[in-house]
Write a protein that binds this ligand. Structure first.
Ligand code: FES
Ligand SMILES: [Fe+2]
Length: 344
């Protein structure tokens, strides 16, 4: 059997750990697949297709009893492997349980998220992306969740799109000053890495505490296949700000996005958390509006982009995602590196 690479070979966040209790299953959709999640008797997360093999009722409407999932229609009960362990209509001496079992998916709990992989492709070794510096000492994380009416490609591109910030996030994040920024964009091993130079203090409202001394800012953005972006600011001395987003494909026009704002502001950490949360959410709210509009136009007229120099970032990201669409491993793409400059 041929193992063509496809988007199902990757791990996606299904929910946050705290959303999955011991006694209630929850429903999620990833890549158009309906999924039910619950916890087994050890508290480990389990994921099945959200469909009872008996008469096609949604298992997510059922209940968890002793770590097993019970369908609410006729009470068929499934253990953590997906095997049928009880058919109430068969009475007390059940000899012949159904040999059919629920379609099970791999499930991992990491960084207080529950990840699901729909298809294990031995030729495409993948693991859940680990959130940078999550729960490391000295770092604090504010976790945000948002729903975008757009696909993963456009969402991810937006999070690492610097030129839009002075328009969409005018004042909050950056102010347009028409200053030149130089950068290097690399495509390597299924990732895109952008290294920005001569970044100034133009971070709007954030500048006063992020970079009070006005020293050099190290700013790097990353895209990791197929759906992760990570923005990294390092300020001297020892202050850091990481914005990491994992964008989950729900269907062709909907993405669920988990964003960690992780920072190391020393003594300011505690005070900064609510401010970072408020400002971060305000920025995301603006992007949600833009991305919904973009999708509306794409649905009407199709995707036909024109690129400027700074859009090399998007071109590289698209080349990686297109490779997966074609059934190929993007890590085998030729490494590329390009210098570019733009004004913000
Ligand atoms: S449909 Fe699930 S038990 Fe009948
Ligand atoms: Fe934005």
């Amino acid at each position: 059997m041929e193992n063509k690479v496809n988007f199902k070979n990757f791990w996606y966040i299904a929910c946050q750990s705290k959303e999955l209790s011991k006694d209630k299953p929850i429903a999620r959709t990833i890549l158009d697949e309906w999924i039910v999640l619950f916890r087994d008797s050890d508290g480990n997360p389990v994921a099945f297709q959200d469909r009872c093999v008996h008469r096609n009722y949604q298992l997510s409407k059922g209940a968890v009893k002793d770590g097993c999932l019970r369908c609410p229609y006729h009470g068929w009960t499934f253990d953590k492997e997906g095997s049928v362990v009880n058919i109430p209509a068969e009475g007390p001496n059940q000899k012949k349980l159904s040999t059919r079992s629920a379609q099970k998916y791999e499930c991992i709990e990491q960084d207080d998220f529950i990840f699901v992989r729909l298809e294990n492709n031995p030729e495409m070794e993948t693991k859940p992306y680990s959130m940078p510096h999550y729960k490391e000492s000295g770092y604090k994380t504010v976790r945000l969740f948002n729903i975008f009416k757009n696909n993963v490609t456009n969402c991810a591109e937006n999070y690492v799109d610097v030129p839009h910030t002075v328009f969409v996030h005018d004042e909050i994040f950056r102010v347009s000053r028409q200053e030149k920024v130089e950068a290097t964009c690399k495509r390597i091993n299924g990732s895109v890495e952008i290294d920005y130079r001569n970044e100034t203090n133009n971070l709007g409202w954030f500048s006063w505490f992020l970079n009070p001394k006005g020293g050099e800012i190290v700013h790097k953005d990353f895209f990791h296949m197929p759906n992760v972006t990570s923005v990294e600011y390092i300020f001297s001395p020892g202050r850091e700000f990481h914005i990491t987003s994992q964008t989950v494909p729900v269907d062709d026009t909907t993405s669920w996005v988990y964003t960690d704002l992780t920072f190391k502001f020393g003594a300011w950490n505690f005070l900064a958390a609510p401010i970072v949360k408020y400002q971060g959410q305000s920025v995301i709210d603006q992007d949600i509006v833009v991305l919904e509009n973009q999708m509306k136009v794409i649905e009407k007229y199709g995707t036909d982009f024109s690129n400027s120099k700074a859009d090399i970032v998007h071109v590289f990201i698209e080349s990686i995602r297109e490779e997966i669409e074609k059934g190929a491993d993007p890590r085998l793409l030729k490494n590329r590196e390009q210098e570019f400059e733009f004004w913000v």
